[in-house]
Design a protein around this ligand. Sequence first.
Ligand code: GLY
Length: 398
Amino acid sequence: MQSSQNETGARSTGSDVLVVGGGIIGLVTAWRAAQRGLRTAVADPAPGGGAAWVAAGMLAAVTELHYGEQTLLALNLASAARYPDFVAELEAESGQDTGYRACGALSVALDADDRAQLRELHAFQQRSGLSSEWLTGRECRRLEPMLAPGVRGGLRVDGDHQIDPRRLAAALMTACERAGVVFHRSWAERLRVEGDRATGVVLADGRALGADRTVLAGGSLSGKLDGVPGDVLPPVRPVKGQVLRLTVPRAYAPFLSRTVRAVVRGSHVYLVPRENGDLVVGATSEELGWDTTVTAGGVYELLRDAHELVPGITELPLTETLAGLRPGSPDNAPLLGPTALPGLHLATGHYRNGVLLTPVTGDVMATALTTGELPAEARPFTPLRFSPAASVRQEQPA
Ligand code: GLY
């Protein structure tokens, strides 16, 4: 790390890449950048936290397929395909287990309406070239005996797996440290812009950090960094998710062997069983700004819906209730790579898919930071799609 005087005379520490935000997206960006030989730093008062601390960690490219998100599907599938190698490399580099489980998933229907909806989803998955198998209620219960007797059918998706996002974050922290990433444990308060370039940030503790390339990876907070010009400020918003953790006592194991989910009266509920006995139940989806209150109503609805699916959950200890903020974007897809402001990159807006998109985000950002260009698979996710002035400039003949 170099140290020099900046334009205001304050002491400035410099790097090739400065990542603002130490959640899993910031950490994977920093790790991959450092592996490419770039002097890399991360600014975050509590790296390894953020939305991933709350997330269930489903890698649900197929079960969470949504109409109108086919472009995102390609990126989701690319990232899911990278997961086994990514986990093997990360676990070897960090010496830590990430809790990755190739366990598959089962989406079930509880009544005739749910079943019709799930049949539609199955047809859509098949049109999209995805692999899923229709099962009768009896076949679902043979796979997962704890399911309610009333389950009317389901979709078996053997390719949708899970990881423990807290362990993933911890492993990424260690891998970053081993790759030489420097951590500044403070909020980034303001982007520094000199001439027409971003040149780093000023931290809440007053330190100025210089960087040739600054990456804004602050999750739902990414749109709040002072000093970022309005036309490049990422249009991300917080989308609240309340999540519960139950514990399966050893005597009850195996309670569930794979992720089980359903849409109950229009609300999505999922149960993700971890190898260590945790059972994660999620999640609400609430447009309530920066509110992270765990509410009685949220907990009630999650437990009520999960109980309809798996009645035996009422026997389990309730060990944690939390709310986190997904970084929502206008088209539900991430913003990756260079912005219209030279020196400023984005890695944010991953919304429901931050954990799933971690491997591909690391690779894409490493390419963008070393070459200045996005690889082909990530071009639809350029931040310039939300930057009209930049788009107009791009469309003009050279
Ligand atoms: N992908 C799960 C969620 O956002 O709740």
